[in-house]
Design a protein around this ligand. Structure first.
Ligand SMILES: Nc1ncnc2c1ncn2[C@@H]1O[C@H](COP(=O)(O)OP(=O)(O)OP(=O)(O)O)[C@@H](O)[C@H]1O
Ligand SMILES: [Mg+2]
Length: 254
């Protein structure tokens, strides 16, 4: 396991107008770790993700990915570098088939500018890649169904396949189980673990569901009202009084 962090955040802050939503966040993600950023609703998790992945440039602080400064770089620059994210809200094309949803971004990336449709149907290599990632996430059998027909949990798996098709070095997942039923949640937890174990994908996820976090994470950062209040392994976090207080009314049991 590499000791050099794949993602290094220094003193990151973002404000909406004069309201500092996240401030002075410093953290590291190491390849091979399963790192989670947790915090109650409104703690600033999505804002943190948006700030790291260039949706909003940070008001202050710096971001390094793989030893290179990426502060404020937009997503289209980060994706080829291997930093990908998913969104809290499902973000696929409902009228395309499942495999087309995976192929479109691949084709756009590799076959910029010529015969989009021919590339979409004829490019065997990309097609095989799309099938491979659909198989990895367990929805290859639905490859030719319109994405709109899929159950919610399977739509989120399509998103995961779209992300994996780009050969990410780091995948940032924003509440990967949000809106899922318990069965879908269990399946997703299992999938994330399997992708990490079998294929070596490094994940950095946000969650407010502590059950999910304790089931997958090896390293946890806790965000509360825009600032980090704790960090450590699951055992340390579980017994931290500040974390219990932040989640008062919620649950820190697994
Ligand atoms: N575009 C925006 N403009 C102004 N304030 C915003 C904006 N987006 C979020 N906020 C505020 O910033 C704070 C942090 O929101 P954020 O969505 O980052 O939290 P979160 O931890 O992701 O919450 P959740 O668990 O509900 O997803 C909240 O108080 C929210 O109301
Ligand atoms: Mg959020």
């Amino acid at each position: 396991m590499s000791e050099v962090p794949i993602l290094k955040i220094e003193n990151l802050g973002h404000s909406y107008g004069r309201y500092m939503v996240i401030d002075d966040i410093s953290l590291e993600v190491v390849s091979g770790d399963m790192t989670a950023l947790i915090g109650p609703n409104g703690a600033g998790k999505t804002t943190f993700y948006n700030t790291v992945t260039g949706r909003f440039p940070p008001t202050r602080g710096r971001v390094h990915f793989n030893g290179q400064e990426i502060t404020g770089l937009p997503a289209h620059k980060l994706v080829p570098m291997g930093l990908l994210r998913s969104f809290q809200i499902t973000n696929i094309f409902p009228n395309l088939t499942v495999i087309e949803n995976v192929l479109v971004p691949l084709v756009l990336h590799y076959r910029k500018g010529y015969s989009f449709l021919r590339a979409l149907t004829g490019e065997k290599k990309l097609y095989r890649k799309a099938e491979e990632v659909l198989d990895k996430v367990g929805i290859l059998k639905s490859a030719h169904r319109p994405a709109s027909e899929l159950a919610y949990g399977d739509k989120r798996l399509v998103e995961m396949a779209i992300v994996l098709a780009r050969n990410p070095k780091l995948v940032m997942l924003d509440e990967p189980t949000a809106g899922m039923n318990p069965e879908e949640t269990d399946r997703t937890i299992h999938l994330i673990k399997e992708l990490a174990d079998r294929f070596g994908t490094t994940f950095f996820l946000t969650e407010h569901d502590m059950k999910v976090v304790f089931a997958v994470a090896t390293k946890i950062y806790v965000l509360h009202q825009g600032g980090l209040i704790a960090q450590g392994d699951p055992e340390k976090i579980r017994s931290d009084p500040k974390v219990r207080e932040a989640y008062l009314g919620g649950s820190v049991n697994d």
